[in-house]
Design a protein around this ligand. Sequence first.
Ligand code: PLP
Length: 466
Amino acid sequence: MQYVSTRGRAKALGFEDVTLAGLASDGGLYVPEVWPQFSQAEIAALAGLSYVETAVKVMAPFVAGSLTEDELRDLCTKAYGRFSHQAITPLVQLDHRHWLLELFHGPTLAFKDVALQLLGQLFERFLSRRDDHLTIVGATSGDTGSAAIDAVAGRDKIDIFMLHPEGRVSDVQRRQMTTVRAPNVHNIAISGSFDDAQALVKRMFNDTEFSTRFNLSAVNSINWARLMAQIVYYFYSAVRLGAPERPVAFAVPTGNFGDVFAGYAAAKMGLPVARLIVATNVNDILHRALADGDYSQGTVVPTATPSMDIQVSSNFERLLFDAGGRNGVALAEQMAGFEASRAMRLTNAQREGASALFRSARVDAEGMGLAMRWAYEGAAQIIDPHTAVGLAAARADDLDPTIPVVTLATAHPAKFSDAVERATGTRPPLPARVGSLFDREEAYSKLPGTFEAITAYVADHATPRT
Ligand SMILES: *Cc1c(COP(=O)(O)O)cnc(C)c1O
């Protein structure tokens, strides 16, 4: 399989190169040159397969040329071996038509584990083949940091440096990062805000000499391999609810549009997806874009769903490219306009392409609380605030009621216990496997939030390329 850039100029690359590169050299994102096609019979044949075997079938066409099926199986077995539920992503029924797809049974209780555990395996396999070394640098306001650290801890071809704003992440979130004791894990608390940390990381990537010397890499959701891993659970859950004979709809709590784009990919591959409901909180740029074609950036309002508090949605570019007719040169121009004015209109082709599958909804704090209580009182399910935003959008949608709707449950409720307790009166306990967080010793360095301090620290602790 070859991958092309959404901005039309970078050269097409195979899966291994795309995984290690992350962003394309023209500033675009990689997408498959063609969508692999699954026939009805092939989808029907997924019934009864384990998660790992489903993953091998669904991802094999994407990794063709870089990994054999046996190699892929081996990596998936390792990646999903650390999940605490045998179904990996189990379905839970809420009423006659609403379901939850629990994506939080990985080591850090966030749905990001599903993709990052596999990405860690892929990195290691590809780097040992090339005898190369990677330095991952990232800034986190919470969930991504711990999932990324957990995925690469102890791997000798990778160093990871994770910056968090000192005193501005929760104790659980900080401890999930700082109690991982491995020689390749470097946690840094910087003075300043998350945006300051993010700006430092960006500046490091833009320093070509520095970034080449240490082979810097990012692990955010622009990496194609992350999206690919997320396609699997759309197939896995839809087949359990009757696909391919019966179509299924999905409601997705959305931030960077990675998770829901994986659902779009599944539909393009032949899965009968009736509808993809994009749920946003009051930071609603995606809702405005899908409902009215208005993609204009506002200022971020902090909410109880921090992983959806975004005003630019990096993976949305992939949809604009694919749904809008795959014209990379035109999209590069459109994106340059957006970067200059922080606003753009979707083209008619992009709007029509998207409206075939997508609907969207904006859910405020009240709608979120109502959904949490509905799940708790009607089905004894304690859900996290992000999941509740998705469920509120699912329940508000005007879809044909005979079609089952699956809401993606993206975080374990214990990660957001204060908000859950406020809505339901019940405080969800941390599962035993992370419960010992508060007994473990922490290790992290505190640094001033200056470029000089951070680069000097990374240069001292990372492995330069030979
Ligand atoms: C990252 C995240 C999201 C948003 O996912 P995207 O792929 O960025 O749209 C939603 N919920 C939770 C809990 C997350 O961690």
